[in-house]
Write a protein that binds this ligand. Structure first.
Ligand SMILES: Nc1ncnc2c1ncn2[C@@H]1O[C@H](COP(=O)(O)OP(=O)(O)OP(=O)(O)O)[C@@H](O)[C@H]1O
Ligand SMILES: O=c1ccn([C@@H]2O[C@H](COP(=O)(O)O)[C@@H](O)[C@H]2O)c(=O)[nH]1
Length: 239
């Protein structure tokens, strides 16, 4: 596939669920190391990469709410899960010699730096990979929304969503293996057709800020850099 856009600065959303690999829960270090390698490879192409990481391998707030618990507490637990994942990914990147900083939306200064746009831009400008932890810092959101928000704040030219599937389909391909796969869509088409690969708030925020979305499989080793080179497999969302 031809990449219609050339990117110098991107925001990568890494699926939390992907981090558990073939385990049923938690972090498979080999997977974290491989994803870190993919980020390092992208940086070697001269692309500035910052990262938002999900928490689905550890905790999602809706799991608490669905059992009658308090949603806000559940979401706090989910946001903390993203901090755990961010620390794991930082460890993997550091092993590769990639200078990396974790900025959390929820201050926890003994563990990592707190998020501010100024700090994030300064670290990125100094050549570091910035990992945004703690989502948006607010309940009732997801890390997709955090990714859209941070992409806008960083002036990213695209939001890459590295997820469980290799693009956007007419329906969830895990539920319908005959669903049609798209190469190219507009933000409006994603919203109007209710394509649930990403939450509505995230798609709306990227549409408002004219940020393209690139959906690809995080399980494809080297896939991130391939797409940046104009190769690889992904669905592009742009207007
Ligand atoms: N129309 C669609 N096209 C593609 N995938 C879809 C679609 N509708 C639903 N999905 C599902 O959405 C999933 C991505 O959702 P989600 O963002 O919650 O997971 P994730 O990327 O693993 O992130 P995390 O684990 O961090 O929450 C895909 O794995 C896919 O099964
Ligand atoms: O801004 C945010 C981001 C996330 N959460 C909570 O964390 C979990 C994990 O994030 P995923 O995007 O599902 O991977 C999410 O389910 C929420 O419970 C949040 O509250 N606010």
């Amino acid at each position: 596939m031809t990449n219609p856009i050339r990117f110098q600065r991107v925001l990568l959303k890494v699926s939390g669920e992907a981090l558990m690999g073939s385990q049923g829960f938690g972090i498979d270090v080999a997977v974290a190391d491989r994803i870190a390698g993919d980020i390092a490879e992208a940086r070697k192409l001269g692309v500035e990469v910052s990262v938002v990481i999900g928490g689905g391998n550890i905790f999602r707030g809706v799991a608490v709410a669905s059992k009658g618990g308090d949603r806000v507490t559940g979401d706090h637990m989910g946001m903390l899960a993203t901090v755990i994942n961010a620390l794991a990914l930082r460890t993997s990147l550091t092993k590769l010699g990639v200078d990396t900083v974790v900025l959390s939306a929820i201050p926890m200064p003994e563990i990592c730096e707190s998020f501010s746009q100024r700090a994030a831009l300064s670290h990125a400008g100094a050549g570091r990979v910035v990992i945004f932890a703690g989502g948006t810092g607010n309940p009732f959101f997801t890390t997709d929304s955090a990714a859209a928000l941070r992409a806008a704040e960083m002036g990213a030219e695209a939001l890459f969503k590295g997820t469980q599937v290799d693009g956007i389909y007419s329906e969830d391909p895990k539920k319908n293996p005959h669903a049609e796969r798209y190469d190219q869509l507009t933000h409006d088409e994603v919203l109007q057709r209710g394509l649930a690969v990403m939450d509505v708030a995230a798609v709306a925020l990227t549409r408002e800020n004219r940020i393209p979305i690139v959906v690809f499989s995080i399980h494809q080793a080297g896939g991130f850099a391939d797409i940046l080179r104009g190769e690889g497999r992904a669905t592009f969302v742009s207007d």
